[in-house]
Design a protein around this ligand. Structure first.
Ligand code: ADP
Length: 174
């Protein structure tokens, strides 16, 4: 694996709402009107103007992403990606891959240099963390190979257990 690409990946544990990056990614739902988990935390930290902007978008299909301002967050933007509810069918991985790919594409189209992802779909949507981690990392590495303008991709995990899954996978591919 190319060192220039691996050096752009960073693993952290903590709260995504506190990151100073160009964009944090929200694990949103199709209505884009807020919810629980990381979605609720991001809306609380960003303030009510985020919901006002989300209302103007009119929703987002599963597997796609939309960008808004970051308002009271340190992050300049929020990219709202809608992950699949885990069903065990092949479409799950296609849709989760779409979340990462569409979020990264939006970042580059908006000249952003740094982006942070939570473990999309791995909370109430039930996606197995090991499978989701492989999709997140593989899609990001492939993307960085094609679009080198992006400088930093952070994977931020809330739990120690999820962090270890990412650590193990990243160590296995270096
Ligand atoms: P989904 O509905 O896509 O499964 P959730 O918000 O339920 O989304 O969970 C997605 C992931 O985000 C889970 O791994 C959860 O532990 C994590 N998470 C929840 N709150 C935060 C936060 N403030 N910062 C980072 N990750 C978070």
């Amino acid at each position: 694996m190319k060192k220039e690409i691996l050096d752009k990946l960073e693993l952290r544990q903590g709260d995504i709402t506190r990151l100073d990056v160009d964009a944090i990614v929200n694990a949103a739902n199709t209505k884009l009107l807020g919810g629980g988990g990381v979605d609720g935390a991001i809306h609380r930290a960003a303030g009510p103007q985020l919901l006002d902007e989300c209302r103007t978008i009119g929703g987002c299909p599963t597997g796609e992403a939309r960008i808004t301002g970051g308002y009271n967050l340190l992050a300049r933007h929020v990219i709202h990606a809608v992950g699949p509810v885990y069903s065990g069918k092949p479409q799950d991985s296609r849709l989760l891959t779409g979340c990462y790919l569409n979020s990264l594409t939006l970042a580059v189209e908006n000249n952003l240099k740094s982006i942070a992802f939570p473990a999309i779909s791995c909370g109430v949507y039930g996606y197995p963390i090991k499978d989701a981690c492989k999709i997140a990392v593989d899609t990001s590495i492939d993307f960085l190979g094609r679009r080198p303008s992006l400088e930093k991709i952070i994977f931020i995990q809330f739990s120690e257990k999820d962090l270890q899954v990412y650590e193990t996978y990243l160590n296995s591919i270096v």
